[in-house]
Design a protein around this ligand. Sequence first.
Ligand code: AMP
Length: 543
Amino acid sequence: MQGLMQDWPLLVSTILDHARINHPEREVVTRTVEGPIHRYTYRDLHGRAKRCAKALGRLGMRQGDVVATLGWNTHRHMECWYGIMGSGAVCHTLNPRLFLDQLNYIVNHAEDRFLLLDVSFVPIAEALQATCPTIKGYVILTDRAHLPETKLKNALCYEDLLAAEDESFAWVNVDERSAAGLCYTSGTTGNPKGVVYSHRSNVLHALAVNNADMLGLRSVDAIMPIVPMFHANAWATVFAAPMSGAKLVMPGGKLDGESVHQLLEDEAVTCTAAVPTVWLGLLQYLETQNKRLTTLQRVVVGGAACPGIVMEKFEEKYGVLVLHGWGMTEMSPLGTVSSLKPNQAKLSRAEQMKYKLKQGRAPYTVEMKIADDAGKELPRDGKTFGHLLVRGPAISKAYFKGEGGQILDQDGFFDTGDVATLDEEGFMQITDRAKDVIKSGGEWISSIEIENLAVGHPGVAEAAVIGLPHPKWDERPLLVVVKKPGAEVGKAEILSFLDGKIAKWWMPDDVVFATEIPHTATGKIQKRDLRERFKDHKLPGVV
Ligand code: AMP
C-alpha cells in the first residue's frame, strides 16, 4: 500500500516563502561591506531575491547555469543566493581566501556563467578575467554611489539591476534532487573538488540543524553567522534562520573582536557560529577591554577543534553555552554537535567538559562508524581509533564531474578523512586528519589534543603539533608555538604546563617558537607546510 501524503517538493525557495508568510517583519541586519549598518525584513529579502532572479534571467541566466558569488555574509549575498537557487540555477560560492590559481582552476572547472561580487573583491575578479572565459558578466554587489573604477568588462551595478525589476517572479519548480549549490573543498591534496548540494539536501539539512540538540534556532533567536557563506553554506544558518524565523545578523567582512562584539550587543544576538580563531580574537578583546556579553546564549565552535580554554571562558566567565560542532563541506556541513545528554547532566563539571570537548553526536540524518584500514568496523568504546565514515541524505555521494572517482564504500559510507573514536553514548572525538596523524611506537598521538591544551597557557596565542621522523619511534611530536604579544615564555615552561595533562609518551620532544602558523583558506592549520618548514629540525637526542 502506498502512503497518501502529498509530494511537496523540498525546494530552497519554500524556505524563503515560509519566512515571507510567517515572519515577514523579522529583521535581517547587515554590516555592509561599504560600512553602514543596513536593516530590513524577511519580506524585503524575499521581494529583492525575486527581483534579483528576474534581473539575472534578463542577463541570460538559465536553469542549470552555474553562477558564482564572491561575497561576505550580507543581505545582498542572501538575495543572490535565493535568487539564483530559486531560478533553478546553481549558486557557486567562491572562497576569496584561496590563491588566485586555485580560484582560476575552480571557476573554469565549474564553468561559471556570471560572477556576483562585493566591491572588496573587484581586484580578484580583475585578475581572473583574462583566464576565465566562461564568465559572461560581472555584477558588483553595491549601489551606483559605491561602484568602483574597474577594468572588468561587462561590469554591472547590482542596485541598478534590481531597481529596474519588480517582484513578479515565480520560483522555478525544479526537481528537488536537482543541484542548488556548489562549493569546492579547500583541497589540501590535489585539485579542489566540487561538492554539489541539492534543494532536497539543503532543506533536510536545515531541518536537522534546527533540532534542539543541534543549533535549534527559534523565532525568538537572533543568529549571527560569522562563518562565511562561502564556507559550506555558513554552516546551514542561511537556510535554518529563515526556516525558523530567527532574526538574521550578517557581519560583512569585519570579523575582529571589537566589530564582532559591537554587533552581538547592538543587535541582541542570542546565537552565533564561527571557527576557534574568531573566538580567540573576541575573548581577547573582551578581556583586555573588560567587556561583557549581555544577550548571547549559545556559541557554536567548529571547523577546527574547540580549545578547552575557549569553552571554559565562554561558559564560566561569560555564561554562554558552547556548542562544539564538527562537519565538513561534503556534509552540508554539520555532522555533530556536543550537546550533553540527561545522564551526563549528573556528572561533575570536569567529566562534562570531557564530553563537551569531543566533537559531539550526530542528529537524525547522519550515520557514523569507524573502520580500520581494511574497512572493518571498529568498536564504539571511546578508545579505539579508526577512519571516520558517514552516510546520510545531505552527504556527498560523488564530486562534481566525477572528480575523485568512486567515493563511497560498499555500504554507501563516505570516508571523511578524519581519524576518530566513537563512544557508547554516540559521542565522536577526532584524533587528527588521517594525513596528519602522528604514529609513535605504533600508537597514535592526537596532535589536536596537545594543541588545544597548549593554547590554554596564558602566553600562547596559537599552537600546532606535527610529527617528525624518529629513528626509534618512527615519529615524535614537535610543538610549534606562536606567543601572545609581549609574552615571555620558554620551552621548559610550556612542557611543564602540559605535564600531567597528557600521557608521558605524548609529550612533545621539542618546542619551537614561530612568528606565525600557516592556515588554509578555511582557517585550518596547514600541517603540510609546517612539516616542510621543519623537515630539517633535529629533535633532541636524534643525530
Ligand atoms: P571543511 O570541509 O573545510 O569544512 O573541513 C572539514 C574538516 O575540518 C573536517 O574533516 C575536520 O578535519 C575539520 N574539522 C571541522 N570541525 C572540526 C572540529 N570541531 N574539530 C576538529 N576538526 C574539525
